[in-house]
Design a protein around this ligand. Structure first.
Ligand SMILES: Cc1cc2nc3c(=O)[nH]c(=O)nc-3n(C[C@H](O)[C@H](O)[C@H](O)COP(=O)(O)OP(=O)(O)OC[C@H]3O[C@@H](n4cnc5c(N)ncnc54)[C@H](O)[C@@H]3O)c2cc1C
Length: 264
């Protein structure tokens, strides 16, 4: 996978709530024209100073920016815009390197005309082609990516989409083929995301699996999936997008260790 950082600066054109727990920021600027046409669904790194500013001129020469990873949910080269959808999870006042919250805090306070630097975009492994059925699993951080995948589903696709949302009001209007069953858990549900996945009736044939969610949930889901018939690592993407109680910087280290031990 090719990794590009080469930060470019973008300006906030619009901010609005897509749902109670999801805020969309639409960015614009000359730099949009330098991005590839297929940028929707790719991920970018948002850059902050350690005190939460997006003005990187405040960084000392020996200071590295704080990086946060997000998916481009919409890309419109014609209008010169890209959109990022932020889960609203940070409710404390300030951000700092210990408690983090840089990206969510910025998204909740950004105004038209504000600027931010983004590195990337880089590609994420997609849903494998040519499998017998599909299984998409994700929480709200994966919703932008899952929606883009659902839009490309074949009319005769069969399988499951299992979502973990803050509330039913966060469920977007999804157009699903008749053969796809949607399962939604919310923060009011008693069963966790991994328990919902474990309760699925496993279909016959090889599944194409795409899963992105909280670290501990991802591990429980992966353990369950590994035990299922016709499970094939080559047709799966199973990743954690964040970890409860840990900032992205800490999660990155745990994620790397976990992937190394899983790869064996
Ligand atoms: C490839 C990839 C694509 C991603 N795309 C998106 C996207 O499009 N939209 C999106 O919202 N997120 C996305 N994420 C997840 C996002 O990078 C993390 O949620 C990130 O930690 C948020 O940074 P922060 O500065 O707001 O919080 P951090 O400083 O990283 O964390 C501060 C605290 O908030 C908690 N926290 C972090 N994220 C959440 C959350 N979602 N819910 C509840 N608590 C949380 C942490 O456990 C920690 O205690 C993506 C992650 C990856 C790896």
């Amino acid at each position: 996978m090719q990794k590009r950082l080469q930060p470019k600066t973008f300006t906030v054109q619009q901010t609005f709530n897509l749902s109670p727990a999801m805020r969309r920021i639409v960015l614009t600027g000359e730099a949009v024209r330098q991005l590839p046409a297929d940028s929707a669904g790719q991920y970018v790194k948002l850059l902050f100073t350690p005190d939460g500013s997006t003005d990187l001129s405040g960084l000392a020469d020996d200071q590295r920016p704080v990086l946060r990873t997000y998916t481009i949910s919409e890309f419109d080269a014609g209008n010169g815009t890209l959109a990022i959808d932020f889960v609203k999870h940070h409710h404390a006042g300030e951000v700092n390197p210990e408690t983090g919250g840089y990206a969510s805090h910025w998204a909740m306070h950004a105004s038209v005309g504000d600027t931010i630097s983004l590195g990337g975009p880089n590609t994420i492994q997609g849903l494998s082609d040519g499998c017998d059925w599909v299984l998409l699993i994700g929480d709200m951080t994966a919703l932008p990516s899952i929606q883009l995948k659902l839009a490309r589903f074949a009319a005769d696709a069969r399988g499951y989409v299992v979502l973990d949302l803050h509330s039913n009001a966060d469920l977007p209007d999804l157009k699903l083929p008749a053969g796809i069953t949607l399962i939604v858990r919310t923060s009011e549900s008693t069963a966790s995301l991994s328990e919902r996945v474990s309760a699925l009736t496993w279909l016959s044939g090889t599944p194409a699996i795409w899963c992105a969610c909280e670290f501990s949930q991802m591990r429980a889901i992966r353990q369950h999936l590994n035990q299922q018939p016709d499970f094939d690592r080559k047709t799966c993407y199973i990743s954690s997008y964040w970890k409860e109680g840990v900032t992205e910087d800490g999660h990155k280290v745990l994620k790397r260790d976990d992937q190394e031990s899983y790869a064996g």
